[in-house]
Design a protein around this ligand. Structure first.
Ligand code: PMP
Length: 377
């Protein structure tokens, strides 16, 4: 099998799995219990959380609330922040190409709480316009949510500058979904107030993510109960997944440069092939984007048919994002770039991991060209 669907999820790293099993078997106490074994387990949990924050280059000014993944973290950031600040304003801003867990949460707040949503357009390179951001923000704006790396096309937003613009020109808090950027793109998160992270995108376990919150930021909890995680996310702490996440993030951050160079080589090889065959493919990539994602469209065939044929030939890729490909017949992000219907309805997302090889890319190209010849339309 050639697995090129790493933006959807990754294989768990062997060291990460080892750390997970070690905690499951040796530190299985509930950190909230009163005994010494629980205290040891709690220390492990707190150390892992600090390690995760540190790996992102952040200081003690931040805390981390563990969640079941980025979806829950996005919900907690957005609903939690907005409900805590309803007396300050009723407008929120996000881009048109956020992940569905942001877009649908914004829709929910619109329908259930009458919150007004302002959408930021993106240009053909997948970047927002800073002037439009400035124009949309006003005294009623309480929250702006902009992802660091887009999960379908791989464009990068300069969240450091964006955070500065938001803080210099408004009282709004800045939430950033960094699920696709951590360990893969070198970004400065210091101007973000709320940062969403996910473990299974970086060789950690599924069902584990978190929301990093600046200490002065107030949010309301969504899960109410025993008061774990500073009362912001009740429920018994998943110490093993958190420790495993800390190992995963430390490894990807330490190996960032070599992984990046390796994946860039794969990206460039495929990019050159696709750009030599412009009668068949249109590349939906952006200037200075992440090499981990290469999105292209089929000019005269159906992407659903081609991806199915690729899959039958042992190649796993996505049409759009895994979270939307089952319900949407098109890529929301490619549509946001202003592309034609044929292009945004027939996208293929190839997403690499540090473990993919150039040999796999070459095989993929052979299989893709074979499949393209076999399929009539
Ligand atoms: N945000 C982005 C940008 C993503 O790519 C994903 C995963 N598709 C999510 C949020 C949701 O992540 P999780 O599976 O951890 O809930």
């Amino acid at each position: 099998m050639i697995y090129f669907d790493n933006a959807a999820t990754t294989k768990v790293d062997a060291d990460v799995l080892k750390a997970y099993i070690d905690v499951c078997q040796n530190y299985y106490a509930n950190p909230s219990s009163p005994h010494i074994f629980a205290k040891k387990t709690e220390n492990l949990f707190l150390r892992a959380k600090r390690q995760i924050i540190k790996s992102l280059g952040l200081s003690d000014n931040y805390k981390l609330i563990m969640t079941s993944g980025a979806t829950e973290a996005n919900n907690l950031a957005i609903v939690g922040y907005v409900l805590a600040h309803l007396n300050k304003g009723n407008r929120i801003i996000c881009t048109r190409y956020e992940h569905s867990s942001v877009l649908s949460t914004f829709e929910y707040l619109k329908t259930e709480y009458g919150i007004m949503v302002d959408y930021l357009d993106v240009d053909q390179n997948g970047h927002i316009n800073f002037d439009q951001l400035n124009e949309l923000m006003n005294e009623k704006t309480i929250l702006v949510s902009i992802m660091a790396v887009n999960n379908e096309i791989g464009s990068i937003n300069d969240i450091n500058i964006i955070g500065k613009i938001i803080h210099d020109n408004s009282k709004a808090a800045f939430h950033c979904d960094a699920s696709q950027s951590i360990g893969k793109v070198d970004l400065n998160y210091q101007n973000c107030d709320l940062i969403t992270i996910s473990s299974h995108k970086i060789y950690g376990l599924k069902g584990c993510g978190g929301l990093i919150i600046k200490n002065n930021i107030i949010i309301r909890p969504l899960a109410i109960g025993g008061g774990q995680e500073d009362g912001l996310r009740s429920g018994t702490n998943d110490v093993a997944s958190t420790v495993a996440f800390a190992v995963a993030i430390k490894k990807v951050c330490q190996n960032y440069k070599s992984n990046f160079q390796h994946v860039l080589q794969l990206f460039n090889y495929l990019f050159i092939y696709l750009s030599k065959n412009t009668d068949l493919y249109e590349i939906n990539s952006c200037i200075n984007q992440t090499p981990y994602i290469l999105n292209f469209s089929l000019k005269n065939k159906k992407a659903s048919v081609v991806t199915e044929a690729l899959s039958m030939n042992g190649v796993m890729v996505s049409t759009s994002s895994a979270c939307s490909s089952k319900k949407e017949a098109y890529s929301q992000s490619v549509k946001a770039l202003g592309k034609s219907t044929q292009i945004y309805q027939n996208t293929i997302r190839v997403s690499f991991s540090k473990d993919n090889t150039l040999e796999e890319v070459k095989q993929f190209i052979d299989i893709l060209s074979k499949v393209m010849k076999e399929i009539k339309s």
